[in-house]
Design a protein around this ligand. Structure first.
Ligand SMILES: C[S@@+](CC[C@H](N)C(=O)[O-])C[C@H]1O[C@@H](n2cnc3c(N)ncnc32)[C@H](O)[C@@H]1O
Length: 310
């Protein structure tokens, strides 16, 4: 992502988290280059501001990456040399029971990445119609038992804690489909090859609710389009996704940007005459066995790169 020659380049880390990618960028770029880091989570931003107090090349903003237009304008930047988007939730978010992302520990059902705005997952679950809850769990969780789970959620309202929600989901899934003789306890994951482990029955439902509350799919689509719009020629956008639903959207969005706009069929223009603006760099990259051993959460990560060529 880093061209060696551009001393005044600006890079964007659109998902700062705890700054692993920002630190790597800062260690590579020139003393006159800059990194603008964004996160919608105030705890991530606080950790970023700490790092920024030690390195003047870093500026940290509390924002969604779909607001990149405004952020760059406020920083007087029109073109950037690279953008990295590392999608999903961070380990600190997942590991803190009070954030409500985890079905492994008990806490309030919050799940907002940005706790300063919007509706918590509990508020959403406790007010939304059963059919809509089922639709979200089916489409964003790819969960075949979405109807049963939604019915069980509505029957148990008002819901308060993540342990309660996880238990309701596990009970709603028929025993035979779990592949185990007994109901899940949240433990007992087993290996299914490629370093993968069988996931808890609550995984898909939690993923769906989290994606709904944080409007993740629309963020990804808008974020990629805006980031590509601001890349200078030769600049690169790197996107890391964490599950197949996210990756399919990333792949589709990147492909359509690389291809350029669809022309109306009757227009007297040959496809070969339409300027190509983007180039997909290499194939999708998966974590190596070694990386998975060092960081088991990387096992489902997929990295894709798009370069601006015109
Ligand atoms: C997987 S973590 C990134 C980890 C980071 N690369 C690191 O090295 O620590 C994803 C981060 O992106 C943030 N995030 C997710 N969606 C976002 C969005 N639409 N706008 C801004 N930040 C977002 C989350 O709050 C979280 O901190």
């Amino acid at each position: 992502m880093i061209p060696a020659t551009d001393d005044n380049a600006v890079y964007v880390d659109a998902t700062f988290g705890r700054g692993g990618h920002t630190r790597a960028l800062l260690s590579e770029i020139a003393s006159t280059a800059r990194v603008i880091a964004i996160d919608r989570d105030m705890e991530a931003v606080a950790s970023g501001r700490q790092l920024a107090s030690e390195d003047v090349r870093l500026q940290v903003c509390h924002a969604r990456f779909s607001e990149l237009d405004r952020i760059l304008e406020e920083h007087g930047v029109r073109e950037v040399a690279g953008v990295i988007m590392d999608l999903g939730v961070s380990s600190p978010q997942l590991d803190d029971p009070d954030r409500g992302f985890s079905f492994r520990a008990d806490g309030p059902i919050d799940m907002r990445m940005d706790q300063t705005s919007g509706e918590s997952a509990a508020e959403w679950l406790n007010r939304t119609e059963q059919a809509e809850i089922a639709r979200v769990i089916r489409t964003l969780g790819e969960e075949r038992y979405a109807n049963r789970i939604a019915r069980a959620i509505v029957d148990a309202r008002p819901l308060v804690s993540t342990a309660e929600l996880a238990d309701i989901v596990r009970r709603a899934i028929p025993r035979r489909s779990t592949g185990r003789g007994a109901r899940s306890t949240g433990r007992g994951a087993r290996s299914t090859g490629r370093g993968a482990r069988r996931s808890d029955e609550a995984t898909r439902t939690f993923q769906a609710i989290r994606m709904q509350v944080n409007e993740e799919l629309s963020e990804i689509e808008k974020g990629i389009v805006i980031a590509f719009d601001h890349l200078k020629i030769g600049g690169r956008l790197v996107v890391i996704s964490f599950h197949s639903l996210e990756d399919r959207l990333v792949k589709r969005t990147i492909r359509s940007l690389a291809k350029g706009p669809d022309l109306p069929r009757r227009l007297p223009v040959r496809a070969a005459d339409v300027p190509v603006v983007g180039r997909i760099v290499g194939k999708a990259t998966r974590a190596t066995e070694r990386e998975i051993n060092d960081n088991p959460r990387s096992r489902s990560a997929t990295l894709r790169v798009l370069e601006r060529v015109a």
